[in-house]
Design a protein around this ligand. Structure first.
Ligand SMILES: [Zn+2]
Length: 79
């Protein structure tokens, strides 16, 4: 039975163990490596950041858009 470091506490656990004897994490052997976990966190942060950016951007655009429309409609109206 191969031993792998627990994904939560790096305690050596059997790959077939259901819970880590060190910290009690479930599926300690089904390794989500630190890098993969960090990557997931990074992806979540990027997605949240983009969502926030788009959300704030659309709110700001709703404020700005009438002004832009006024400006652009006035510009060619100078016969
Ligand atoms: Zn553990």
């Amino acid at each position: 039975m191969p031993l792998v470091p627990c994904r939560a506490c790096d305690h050596q656990v059997d790959t077939s163990a259901l819970a880590c004897p060190g910290c009690g994490a479930t599926d300690p052997g089904r390794s989500i490596s630190r890098q993969q976990r960090d990557l997931r966190i990074l992806i979540v942060q990027i997605v949240l950041g983009l969502g926030l950016f788009v959300g704030v951007g659309s709110v700001v655009w709703k404020q700005v858009e009438p002004m832009v429309a006024q400006l652009t409609s006035k510009a060619p109206a100078g016969h």
